[in-house]
Every structure is written in structure tokens, then in C-alpha cells.
Design a binder for this molecule. Structure first.
Ligand code: C2O
Ligand code: CU
Length: 515
């Protein structure tokens, strides 16, 4: 099955089969320690206290973001029920895949509102374990961020929780659990959250592609080796079957002359995508929901680390009846065909439209770079290649083995997180401009995500970036140095972590306090 679907990626499955998932005993040890953490810090607030408190927090907390007053905003209600189900990820002849998902589908329902509206999201937990919902990239009040024990008591099996917040920024966002994400997201719990501009750019079709990468057994069942030490210490859980909106998509119909806004969301645990649209010239208009000066991507393909989003304008310039492959080229030697654009026989129009494609800015506070406070952040850990191990003495090798046995493999400024409640990595004064000077001292890529804020990526390896793009998740290459800048204007304790979910679970997470 796998060979037919994603021919080149099959090597990943083979490799797993050879090296094998690590014994359940080890993974089990990590799980139970995480569960212990879950019980270690209990919020004094009752659930009712949270619900009552949420309205007040929602009304006042984001004033610094120049919001329209909450009172005027229309409230849009959505219900999400997470639980086990079966869906058709792979072509029918291979059978259905048991998943965990929202409202019976993968991805979960597309939540779509207009900028300035207020969302009320009632989540019902039909899983046999605790969960939360985190709306990734949305600048919302801290209590609505969905962080187990830090911002809320996790939603127990059979329980409900109501998230309510204003849609401050227009853009492409998504939602997913923040409880044992490496397994809950990995089994299919995620969905798109689209906030429309008041005046969107004019296109023929506005399409969302939620990308995911699954490690499937030949039976189409999800391989249950979640959280094994190999994935955790290397590049995370890379799978063998890639889906677009929950389906292995052989073809995607288009028409000549058509202008498409394509919203890409990477919901994979660990796979980084590098999409090549053949002869088309996609123009990037937003990263992580935030508008960017329209530009063609460097190197010609769109790179998306886990959790990252990108809005593209693609003009369909092919001839009627032609076919063009979309290739994922991120991993050298691991290229495969994601899907194929198939042109219909009749053009929509003869030439592509030339209406403007730049998006209106969101109400983000501009960091004052000259006055910004600079904080060093260093990422360490993970398996290192033979070359780098060579310099290590036996003592260091022993220490590394010990830390790996305890499930901690990744560090931010020397600390590996256990659970979500911890001493803040940094405390930032509310309203202050700050620069995080980040160094990836590891041999791996990491998509680094900050909650509650968007930041400008101002430099890479000391060179200023061309677009100073706003992002909420920035992909750092091995050894790369990246400076980001933002105004710490959203009070609370915010998670700051790698979005390769195995890295996050194995320690690559910290808390940024804005007070
Ligand atoms: Cu997409 Cu901390 O999360
Ligand atoms: Cu990472």
C-alpha cells in the first residue's frame, strides 16, 4: 500500500521496521511521568471559576492590541467533540483508519469567522483521556490558550470546556490539543481556523490544504509507537503517508486562468514540507496568518515546518488538459509527489487577473528594535552525528545516555521541560520590546513557536531578513542563529516550544512570562 501512495517515503517505514520502536517499557515510563506531572500542580480554581472568569479576561486583557470593544462583536458559536472514529485516509481498497478526531472527520471542521467577531468554542471530550484545545497562532487572553494546568484544568473524559475570545487578527490558523500532543495530534486531532479579512483579496477560489503525515501499518492502522525514544531524539515522528485534508490526494482539479488563494497548514508531528509547484509561480502573501510583502519564495519552493502556515496566490497558467505535479522536496533523497494539478478542458479565462494581492496589516504592535531588550536563547540536545560525538569523553557520553533514559533529550537554556508548569525561562515586562537571540546548537531542524504573540523574524545568522516577516513559528536550521523581535503585550505565562511534537514532549519547551 505504502509503496503506491508515497513511493519515495517508504524508506521511513522500512527504517522503523529495521530499528524497531523502542520497548514499550521505556515509552510507558515517560507517559506515566507525564501523567504524574499532570497531577502535580492542580489549579485552585474550580471549573466554574474558569468559566465565570473567562468573560472578564476576554473583555479586558487584549486592550493593548487596539481591539474593537468586545461588546460590539458578534458571537459565533462552534461545537467540537473529540473522540475516536474511523476515516478513509488512504484509497478505499486499503480500508479505513481508526483515528482520534473532532466531529468525526480529519481534519476537524473548518472554523471560519470574520476578523473582529467573537468565537465561542464548546469542546466536549469524548476521549478516554484528558485533553485541551489550543488555537494556534491566535492572540487571545491567556486563560483561553488551552494549556493543561498552566491556563486551565485539562478537560477530563466526558467533560466540557468553553473557549471564548475575539478574532483579533485575520489569517490562517489552526486548532489542536496541547495535552500529550505527540499522540493526540498524531492520531488526527486538529482542524483549520480561518479568520477572514474585512476585504479579502479577490480570487476565484479560497482553498485550505491541511497537510499531515501519518505512520501507517499495511492495514492502514496508525502505528502505535508514539513517543518512542528514537523519534524523540532524532527528527521526530516522520511517517510514510501524506494527506491533504485527511486524504491521500491523487489529483487536484484546476482551470487555466484561475487565481487560487491556497492556505497551507502543516499539521504533521514532525515532517517539514518543501513544496514545488512545477511551472507555477506561487506568491507568498502571508506566513502564520500574518501578511507579508507579496514575494516569490526563495529557492522556488515553499518550506513549512510543523505548525507553520503559508498563504499563497497561485495563478493557474498551464494549458487546458495538462497535468502538473506538486512535489515535496524537503528531504534530500525523500522527494515524492504530493498531488497532481489537473487542468480542465476549458479555460476559466485566457489571462490571469491582475487585481492586487497584498493583504491589509493586522493590528500588531511594532517592536522598537533600538530600545529592545535582548535575551539569549540556546537550544541544545538530541542525537548527534558521529562527527560531533567524536569529541565527547566517556563521561559526557554516559551523561547523555542517562538523560535520554529519563526521557529528556532537548533543552532550552539548559533546562528540559517536564509538563507545562515550570519556572519561566524569561520574564518580560508588559509592553516592552524584546529580541530573542536564538541559537540552534543542535544537529536538527526545529520549528520554534511562541504562544500569545506574533514576532518579526529580523535576522538569520546575523544578516537582516528581507521581509522581516511576522510569524508565530519559525523554522531554525541546524546550527542556525535567528533573531526575533516583538512587543510583549499580552500578559500571562506563554508556552515557547519546538513544534516537532516529539521534541516538545522530550523537553524542548519553556514558559515566557509577560507581566
Ligand atoms: Cu501549536 Cu504550543 O502549539
Ligand atoms: Cu525540535
Amino acid at each position: 500500500m505504502v509503496v503506491r501512495i508515497v513511493p519515495v517515503v517508504v524508506c521511513f517505514l522500512t527504517r522503523c521496521a529495521i530499528e524497531g520502536p523502542l520497548p514499550g517499557r521505556i515509552a510507558g515510563g515517560l507517559y506515566s511521568r507525564m501523567t504524574m506531572m499532570v497531577h502535580k500542580v492542580l489549579s485552585a480554581l474550580t471549573r466554574r471559576g474558569f468559566l465565570a472568569g473567562s468573560a472578564a479576561a476576554g473583555a479586558g486583557a487584549l486592550l493593548s492590541m487596539r481591539l474593537a470593544p468586545a461588546a460590539k462583536a458578534a458571537v459565533r458559536e462552534f461545537n467540537l467533540r473529540c473522540g475516536p472514529d474511523e476515516v478513509q485516509l488512504v484509497p478505499e481498497e486499503y480500508g479505513q483508519t481508526p483515528v482520534w478526531c473532532y466531529n468525526g472527520s480529519v481534519p476537524g471542521p473548518e472554523i471560519r469567522v470574520k476578523q473582529g467577531e467573537r468565537l465561542r468554542l464548546t469542546v466536549e471530550n469524548g476521549l478516554a483521556e484528558e485533553t485541551t484545545v489550543h488555537c494556534h497562532g491566535i492572540r487571545l487572553p491567556n486563560r483561553m490558550d488551552g494549556i493543561p494546568h498552566l491556563t486551565q484544568k485539562p478537560i477530563g473524559a466526558g467533560e466540557r470546556f468553553v473557549y471564548e475570545f475575539d478574532a483579533v487578527d485575520a489569517g490562517t490558523f489552526w486548532y489542536h490539543p496541547h495535552q500529550r500532543s505527540f499522540e493526540q495530534v498524531g492520531r488526527g486531532l486538529y482542524g483549520p481556523l480561518i479568520i477572514e479579512e474585512h476585504e479579502p483579496v479577490q480570487v476565484d477560489r479560497d482553498i485550505t490544504w491541511v497537510l499531515d503525515d501519518w505512520r501507517l501499518e499495511p492495514s492502514a492502522a496508525i502505528s502505535d509507537d508514539f513517543g518512542n525514544l528514537r523519534d524523540m531524539s532524532h527528527n521526530g515522528r516522520i511517517g510514510n503517508s501524506v494527506t491533504i485534508n485527511g486524504q491521500v490526494l491523487e489529483t487536484f482539479p484546476v482551470r487555466k486562468g484561475e487565481r487560487i488563494r491556497l492556505r497551507l497548514i502543516n499539521a504533521a508531528n514532525a515532517r517539514i514540507f518543501g513544496l514545488d509547484f512545477a511551472a507555477h509561480e506561487p506568491i507568498v502573501i502571508a506566513f502564520d496568518g500574518q501578511p507579508v510583502t507579496p514575494h516569490t519564495p526563495q529557492g522556488g519552493f515553499i518550506v513549512l515546518g510543523p505548525a507553520m502556515r503559508c498563504d499563497l496566490i497561485i495563478d493557474m497558467t498551464g494549458e487546458p488538459g495538462s497535468r502538473m505535479e506538486v512535489i515535496d522536496r524537503f528531504y534530500e533523497g525523500g522527494e515524492y509527489r504530493l498531488t497532481e494539478l489537473v487542468y480542465g478542458d476549458t479555460p476559466l479565462r485566457d489571462r490571469v487577473p491582475d487585481t492586487p494581492i497584498a493583504l491589509p496589516a493586522n493590528p500588531l504592535a511594532e517592536p522598537d528594535i533600538a530600545k529592545a531588550k535582548r535575551h539569549e536563547v540556546v537550544f541544545n540536545g538530541g542525537m548527534m552525528g558521529g562527527m560531533m560525538m567524536r569529541g565527547m569523553g566517556p563521561r559526557m557520553m554516559r551523561d547523555m545516555r542517562d538523560m535520554m533514559r529519563s526521557g529528556k533529550m532537548w533543552f532550552i537554556n539548559g533546562v528540559a521541560a517536564e509538563g507545562h508548569v515550570m519556572e519561566p525561562l524569561l520574564t518580560l515586562a508588559r509592553g516592552e520590546s524584546c529580541i530573542l537571540a536564538m541559537t540552534n546548537a543542535t544537529a536538527w531542524h526545529h520549528p520554534i513557536h511562541l504562544h500569545g504573540h506574533s514576532f518579526r523574524v529580523i535576522s538569520r545568522n546575523g544578516a537582516p531578513t528581507q521581509h522581516r516577516e511576522w510569524q508565530d513559528t519559525v523554522l531554525m536550521a541546524p546550527r542556525e542563529e535567528v533573531d526575533i523581535a516583538f512587543v510583549a503585550d499580552n500578559p500571562g505565562d506563554w508556552m515557547f516550544h519546538c513544534h516537532i511534537l516529539e521534541h516538545q514532549a522530550a523537553g524542548m519547551m519553556g514558559v515566557m512570562r509577560v507581566s
